[in-house]
Design a protein around this ligand. Sequence first.
Ligand code: GLC
Length: 420
Amino acid sequence: MSVRRGSRLFTLALVAACASACGGRVDHASRLSFSGSALGPEAEVLRGQLARFDEAHPDVRVELRVTPDAADQRHQLYVQWLTGRASEPDVLQLDVIWTAEFAAAGWILPLEAFGPDVEDFFTAAAEAARWEGRLVAIPWFVDVGLLYWRTDLMDAAPRSLAALREAARGSIEAGATRLGLVWQGARYEGLITVFLEHLAAFGGGILDAEGRVIVDEPPALRALTFMRDAVSGGGFVPSSALTWQEEQVRFAFQNGDAAFMRNWPYAWTLLQDAARSRVAGRVSVAPLPAADDGRPAAALGGAQLAVNAHSANPSLAWELVAFLTAPEQMLERARLAGQLPPRRSLYETRALEEALPIPIAQVREVIDVAVPRPVTPVYSELSEILQVRVHRALTGQQAPEAALRDAAREMRELLARSGL
Ligand code: GLC
């Protein structure tokens, strides 16, 4: 017998002995893969935390699969992996809007068997992690859409959409900034979050509480018309924003080009980095203000962690989920990436206030007005219909009224086809 084969047999014997004696530790002699986003400082936080998990589990190596920044592209990639019943990635970072779809398809594991404790999570975050009564993910961070405004150009955040428009136009006219307001206008999920905020600001929505499509009703028409006018003729949102996602929007604001920006909390730390940002120390945040008939609003986003239903090592995958969603890791993520923890208890301690770079009072004000996107297994398809139509209206290819009428019809057909 060769030395190599002998040593392999010895290892196998050890592993087998351990399997019976070490309470299942055979699981640990393995590799795990994790897929997640690496936008701005997220990558650094994640690499550091995965390295700490590796250190605490010397016989495990976690591989990071970096996925595209754009939510829709990441979604497509996941769907490809999971419909092919791939066993990797073992742990998936899910956008809150995908959970229903992935759970209904049986792609992610119910987690009760691992004894998770979800008492501490905000109700909305915990609810978003359930499907048909089962817990299928663990909330990781909460995102809310923020209106970033320049404290060197104005004394306070605008209290109405009309005031926002005037301040944005005023800034351009006075030559203080080249652009007024910048937001995510590319045809992708980010555009729907911006649209949702305008819908709420005008008193509208995508679906009502019974799941009926209301996106062709008068408030929605007013919201889309406001957005279209903001972009076209003498507007205050640049038409280039119709190809922008989070990062392009951030660059424009960070370079000092705009008076206002709509973006997620991750942008805050990057904006405050004086070596790279021209607006460091001159930024504050507020919710998007309301029109006369609506309310200030912020789209509720964020991420959860789930275990691939075909993972070869679900209990180890669960350990990684539990580690990454523990308070300590959440505080670090808040400190380095400015992302908000979904654990209620953290908001009652000074630790979060000290860790979070965004003033906690400003953030609370926005969380209070956060609105979720519809929870349905066909959310991605609904969103795609809306993306196409809203984008067509913004680029002037279709009038807002016709765009919303078409969107609503296609959405109703989709819901009827899916039996929803
Ligand atoms: C952020 C949010 C997510 C949203 C996406 C849109 O990642 O957390 O919920 O769908 O942006 O671009």
